[in-house]
Design a protein around this ligand. Structure first.
Ligand SMILES: [Zn+2]
Length: 288
């Protein structure tokens, strides 16, 4: 009995450490690596790296990289890391938010950083971002004597063109917001995001929008892939046209103008013009 157990443990250890694999060559440095030191990537075009070469990939990219990367993606990451190092070293945040994962934004240089408890401590350029979602996910609704509350998580999802990764972070868990319930049979509720969270979302949207314009100017071949309407909707944070009403439009415009008042900052002058142009465009859509 004991012998069977020992044998079982030995087999488990062999498979867990990769000792059963035959030696392979590191695709990058061409070193021969024993089974225990191989790190494999990709599903179709699989490739193998030694521990040192794999160690150049940030830890938080690892799960995504192991599933999705090819060797070309890996070398492109190394190149991006080198090319953008000086630019990213200039990072000086003016906006910070989040306890569990802190998102800090350098609105001037159009950079942002994900850091703190999620282990990601990396600075990204807004121009490399191809999609994101920063939002509140309601999880629990509680009726209360003094007012109803909704508990949930503030999260962020970020997808980049370079480096090719998609990251999901919890910004703050267990966030409690005041809620207003509507409807008796099918209960729906609305809640108010904190002012600080709204500032983060607004600033993030502005940097992403301005960077995509800048990016489009640089690569004129694909310049028309984001239509004016989509841009205006992204700025006002509408997911689809049906959501837009004159009232919601006006509220959102006032909130944006307040957050980016021309008196507060010179850069805001141009931006408040953009807000107004987007407002005109969207209110034209609503009245139709
Ligand atoms: Zn290597």
């Amino acid at each position: 009995m004991l012998l069977v157990l020992i044998l079982f443990v030995v087999v488990v250890v062999i498979f867990a450490t990769g000792a059963h694999r035959s030696p392979a060559e590191c695709q990058h440095c061409k070193k021969q690596i024993p089974g225990t030191k191989q790190v494999w990537f990709g599903t179709e075009n699989r490739f193998c790296l030694c521990k040192e070469c794999a160690g150049k990939i940030p830890r938080d990219f690892m799960d995504y990289a192991k599933q999705n990367w090819t060797y070309i993606t890996y070398t492109d990451y190394l190149q991006w890391d080198q090319e953008t190092a000086d630019e990213r070293a200039q990072f000086e945040p003016d906006i910070k938010y989040g306890y569990f994962c802190e998102i800090s934004i350098d609105t001037k240089r159009k950079l942002f950083k994900l850091g703190k408890q999620n282990d990601i401590s990396m600075i990204f350029r807004f121009k490399d971002l191809i999609g994101y979602d920063i939002n509140f996910k309601p999880e629990e609704y509680k009726e209360g004597f003094l007012g109803d509350k909704v508990k949930g998580t503030e999260y962020g999802v970020f997808k980049f063109a370079r480096p090719d990764v998609e990251l999901e972070v919890t910004i703050n868990p267990d966030v409690k917001l005041s809620a207003v319930s509507r409807g008796f049979i099918a209960k729906r509720f609305e809640y108010n995001l904190s002012e600080e969270f709204k500032v983060l979302i607004n600033n993030f949207a502005v940097c992403a929008l301005l960077s995509s314009e800048e990016f489009n100017k640089e690569t004129e071949t694909e310049s028309r892939n984001i239509g004016e309407l989509e841009k205006a909707m992204a700025l006002f944070m509408f997911d689809n046209v049906e959501e837009i009403t004159q009232e919601s439009l006006k509220n959102q415009r006032n909130a944006l103008i307040k957050a980016f008042h021309p008196d507060n900052n010179e850069a805001n002058v141009a931006f408040s013009q953009k807000i107004n142009a987007a407002y005109e465009l969207l209110s034209g859509v609503v009245s139709r």
